[in-house]
Design a protein around this ligand. Sequence first.
Ligand code: LMR
Length: 393
Amino acid sequence: MFETLEPAPADAILGLITEHANDPRPQKIDLGVGVFRTAEGETPVLDVVKIAEQRLVDTQRSKAYIGTAGDPSFNAAMQTMTFADAVDTDRLMTIQAPGGSGSLRVAASLILRARPDATVWVSDPTWANHIPLLGGAGLTLKPYPYYDTEKHVIRIDKMLETLRQVPAGDLVLLHACCHNPSGLDPSEDEWRAIADVIVERKLVPFIDMAYQGFAEGLNADAFAVRHMAGLVPEMIVTNSCSKNFGLYRDRVGTLSILSADATSRDTVYSQVNNVVRTIYSVPPDHGAVVVATILNDAELKAAWRVELATMRARLREMRVLLNDALEARAPQHDFSHLVRAVGMFCFLGVTADQVARLKKDYGVYMVDSSRINTAGITAHNVNYLADAIAAVL
Ligand code: LMR
């Protein structure tokens, strides 16, 4: 039977990990996959995670199955971190999921059960895996304008104009913060305008929050979620703990659903748990218990917030560093959008051909769209990087 298959193409983002690893050049730079890196180029386990893991080793008594919804103390802590007191919790449910991707996949199945004809509107561009993941699950997707590749700004008017034409009942996939790939988020006023159209058109916000704490801080980054939660009857939110807790491979996330009332919430909860059973049965436990240990301990939580702030500050510093280095080498080109962006990513703003030359001639790896992970920049490699970019411009 397998002779019917053709080899699948390498993943546009994850494929770069192997390509970069196989490159023998010592000066190579990885600006590909979205993982945080220190000034030394490492992706360490956070100190608070190590402490929480040690506690678990000492105290955890069982690895027996956990229920389809996962750990209640983790779900409650994540729900509070996401929504604070923006909405009546009687209308909310949160389940643990295997990372942001697992959460998106469960959401897709739920949408298909509830409203199979709905279209999910996604930003143009969006995270490279949104379309294969949600489309592969069976959802219909259509783009709304988001990023102006010439001016490096959000096309807010075009976005709103498109959303005003969307049929009632469709869903709008939004990035809560640190838009991936552009790094440009709507301002609070722009979020208000987006929310107004969503309410007016009776659309369902579907918010992916993969980087809470990486833009401005835990509360500021939840503005869109909390603001919309106060206005709409129904909403879907997916969270990831990959970046803000550095738990990438442990697969930790949540799926939260806001329903019109408590009765509807209970129905949705039963459906979501039924979906989980038919996909992966129960979620992985380890990373979620680590997060719950941290969030439910005031001291560990405070220490985590400091580590998170350090990661956030480093990303910001590296953007400034690269922008300065490019300004010195290529003053005729405007790279100021690097500094206007937030979080891990932004577009460098070069062509696919220039991206290919950066890889071939200089060992500088980034996604074909010229999305860069700013955590790959260090004080040691920024001059080499800026020289390479200036050379291909
Ligand atoms: C990214 O966009 O690089 C990250 O979210 C990792 C991934 O899974 O694509």
